[in-house]
Design a protein around this ligand. Structure first.
Ligand SMILES: NC(=O)c1ccc[n+]([C@@H]2O[C@H](COP(=O)([O-])OP(=O)(O)OC[C@H]3O[C@@H](n4cnc5c(N)ncnc54)[C@H](O)[C@@H]3O)[C@@H](O)[C@H]2O)c1
Length: 254
């Protein structure tokens, strides 16, 4: 089960954290992995790890928020079976203290970046007779999280775009779902703790761990395993759905 032999898979942000774990797992399952990354050094590191293990992967330096770069990159890749929109950035703030510049930066990467990849991949998937798209939302799309105004906006948009694409391309044999992780321990989390809570890192790490009722943060590998299932043929009956992977965050936090 869950084999992806010779499937062509595009993973955005595959140089770090969840995207890196997905790239490694998908390659282990036989996929030909294409990593689209702003950080080409990080992409090269993931590619090297996959190749050392005997897998197939290529990195592409590309900013997903730039449509021309995305279109050019997808043209280089050619045939695609699976797209995972994973690249994303964090932001801390409320509606009354988020600057226009920060709001637009989060929108451009998290929302427009996903749109740019959808725009580029759908004609390719249609020409291929179908395929799978997995978007990365967050629990912030469905629960009010303190101080995450712009980020929640972007992840709510991801959920809505998932429903729209799943509906519009149902009869083109394209399945489209999203996942909603709670806190997953990645460089993304370490980075925003360091930037926003300097000097209180250990205390905030503990607080963020406890905010999942299960008592810890998730692991990138656990998210990658869910992504593998949703992108595999075994999940052929699943489309237009959001999958929380959250240690009980949404339903057990009372
Ligand atoms: N870590 C969490 O707790 C958590 C929780 C819920 C959702 N998510 C979502 O999961 C996804 C991955 O998160 P992560 O924790 O692995 O992050 P990460 O920061 O470890 O990795 C993200 C990768 O995306 C790349 N990237 C950023 N902007 C880009 C751009 N404009 N173009 C191309 N690549 C770009 C970065 O270079 C980085 O390698 C994000 O969409 C994030 O919002 C993360």
């Amino acid at each position: 089960m869950f084999k992806l032999t010779n499937k062509s898979v595009v993973i955005t942000g595959g140089g770090s954290g969840i995207g890196r774990a997905m790239s490694i797992l998908f390659a282990q399952q036989g996929a030909i992995v294409h990593i689209i990354e702003l950080n080409d050094k990080a992409a090269a590191d993931t590619v090297a790890e996959i190749e050392t293990a005997g897998g197939k992967a290529t990195g592409y330096a590309c900013d997903v928020s730039d449509q021309q770069q995305v279109v050019d990159t997808f043209a280089k890749i050619g045939a695609i079976d699976i797209l995972i929109n994973n690249a994303g950035i964090a932001h801390i703030g409320r509606a009354d203290n988020t600057s226009t510049a920060d709001f637009e930066r989060v929108f451009n990467v998290n929302v427009k970046g996903a749109y740019n990849c959808l725009y580029a991949v759908i004609p390719v998937l249609k020409a291929n007779g179908g395929g799978v798209i997995l978007n990365t939302a967050s629990i912030a799309a469905s629960v009010g999280i303190t101080d995450r105004f712009a980020y929640s906006m972007s992840k709510g948009a991801i959920h809505a775009m998932t429903l729209s694409v799943a509906r519009d391309f149902l009869h083109d044999n394209i399945r489209c779902n999203c996942i909603s992780p709670a806190r997953i321990h990645t460089p993304f989390v370490d980075g925003f703790i360091a930037k926003n809570y300097a000097g209180k890192e250990a205390e905030i790490f503990e607080k963020l761990s406890k905010s999942q009722p299960i008592g810890r943060m998730g692991k990138s590998e656990e998210v990658a395993a869910l992504a593998l299932y949703l992108c595999s043929d075994e999940a052929g009956f699943i489309t237009g759905t959001d999958y929380p992977i959250d240690g009980g965050f949404i339903t057990l936090n009372n």
